[in-house]
Ligand binder design. Structure first.
Ligand code: BGC
Length: 455
């Protein structure tokens, strides 16, 4: 019996939906630091976020499509730069619009996961030092005081910060995201500030969200980027050295953050009140394996964020390795280290032709099912992403959407891809069934069947 004859099932009540971030879909986030940065002309395909997907105006139709597709949840984000376009001036219309967005999702039966910070900040704050500004945390707190109560009635899951290590590493160390700094000192300071920002947001949600007597406390967590990191070579003299580097890469890219949350201490040792254990649930963003090569290419790998793939391993249009077992290993590792319920807050691939996406999805979902069987408490899955959108430094050329949106189309029509239909079938079955595999991507699970269960 091959794996194609087994069903990979999910628990009752499992959450199924997609994830997005405000700046990438809303359009015209004109008061933000990213909007300013995009004007420098550094986006790979020469684009700027511009009108993006016009989600700001069209969210209701998009939510309707999600509901028609059978999704039961959605992860969206709010943009601080819209809520507070100038220091101290809060835009009540923008706040009301976010309240409408979450209400609209809830009215269609979609549970809401809301991200409070996804890399982007108001330009006025960026201009005075961003997270390093003396009053950044106080300002952050005031923003939270406005936005949290407005959206709270319809939010089930809160993400304080999305992938904090991206602004730390890409923005302040490697310097290819705004503010384009290449300073280990700045990176460490921003790392610490983001930990404090997380702790503030964690407690603000707990303090500000009204609770009926006996009702459960709000679920607040963060979403981090977890790559599965391994030595490039499976044998030979390089491997032990690569193993040592692997441990450093793991530490820098996600463990240092998780460890600080567990200990309540910043880099440098200062204890932050309320930081220790400030995670009710964990958001896992998983896209790829990183294979650490002891070769001259290693340095350019780190600088570009695209790592060499061993022979025979498929890569996405981003150049990222497709490695489904790494998803299971990551989920098990996160579960064993943190021990809190997990939602997969992002997983997906850039695939303009929609040739790879169905096998990527099925093979990753099968691995997630295995992690659940192995005991990990995984409660939901948000595919990245609902529709093609502004992929940061890569512009619109990279297409992660279940739904195609072509920037050349004046109407920005939403055109669901085949993978969107397949995702709906998985949701309806609450399983990756042999039938779905056979019809959409025969044999796609076979490659990964022999990988040992515990990696
Ligand atoms: C981010 C998203 C991004 C996706 C694909 C994640 O790192 O949270 O904003 O679009 O990866 O690159």
């Amino acid at each position: 019996m091959t794996a194609e004859h087994e069903a990979f099932a999910f628990p009752d009540g499992f959450w199924w939906g997609t994830a997005s971030a405000g700046h990438q879909v809303e359009g015209n986030n004109v008061h933000s630091n990213w909007w300013e940065w995009e004007k420098l002309g550094l986006v790979a395909d020469g684009t700027r976020s511009g009108r993006a997907c016009e989600y700001w105006e069209r969210f209701s139709d998009d939510h309707e499509l999600m509901a028609q597709m059978g999704h039961n949840c959605a992860r969206i984000g709010v943009e601080w730069a819209r809520v507070e376009p100038e220091a101290g001036r809060f835009d009540v219309d923008a706040i009301a619009r976010y309240a409408e967005m979450v209400e609209d999702l809830a009215s269609r039966g979609l549970k809401v996961c809301l991200t409070l910070h996804h890399w982007v900040m108001p330009q006025w704050l960026a201009a005075r030092g961003g997270w390093m500004a003396t009053d950044a945390l106080e300002r952050w707190g005031r923003f939270l005081d406005r936005i949290i109560p407005a959206v709270a009635p319809h939010v089930s899951l809160w993400v304080t910060v999305n992938e904090p290590m991206v602004p730390v590493l890409a923005g302040h160390l490697a310097g290819y995201h705004p503010p384009m700094q290449k300073s280990p000192v700045a990176a460490m300071r921003v790392f610490n500030r983001l930990l404090e920002a997380h702790a503030i947001a964690y407690h603000r949600v707990h303090n500000l969200v009204p609770r009926a007597p006996g009702a459960p406390a709000p679920m607040v967590g963060y979403a981090a980027a977890y790559q599965w990191v391994e030595p490039f070579d499976t044998e030979g003299w390089r491997r032990p050295v690569e193993q040592a580097i692997t441990r450093i890469v793991q530490k820098v890219s996600y463990k240092a953050w998780d460890d600080a949350i567990a200990s309540g201490r910043l880099l440098g040792g200062r204890r932050v009140p309320g930081l220790a254990g400030s995670v009710d649930w964990l958001g896992v963003n998983y896209y790829m394996r990183i294979s650490v090569p002891l070769r001259p290419s290693a340095l350019s790998n780190v600088a570009s964020g695209v790592y060499d793939a061993p022979e025979g391993i498929e890569t996405t249009e981003m150049g990222w390795q497709v490695y489904p077992p790494g998803f299971r290993h990551t989920l098990m590792d996160a579960w064993e280290r943190l021990g809190v319920p997990i939602w997969v807050t992002e997983n997906g691939c850039s695939d303009s032709g929609d040739d790879m996406r169905r096998r990527y999805l099925l093979s990753h979902l099968a691995e997630m099912s295995k992690a659940i069987s192995l005991g990990a408490d995984i409660r939901g899955y948000f595919q990245w992403t609902f529709m093609d959108n502004f992929e940061w430094r890569e512009g619109f050329a990279q297409r992660f959407g279940l739904v195609e949106v072509d920037q050349a189309d004046p109407d920005l029509r939403r055109l669901p891809r085949q993978s969107a239909a397949m995702f709906s079938e998985v949701i309806a079955a609450n399983a990756v069934t042999p039938d779905i595999v056979a019809r959409h991507s025969p044999g796609c699970l076979d490659t990964w069947m022999d990988t040992p269960l515990v990696g």
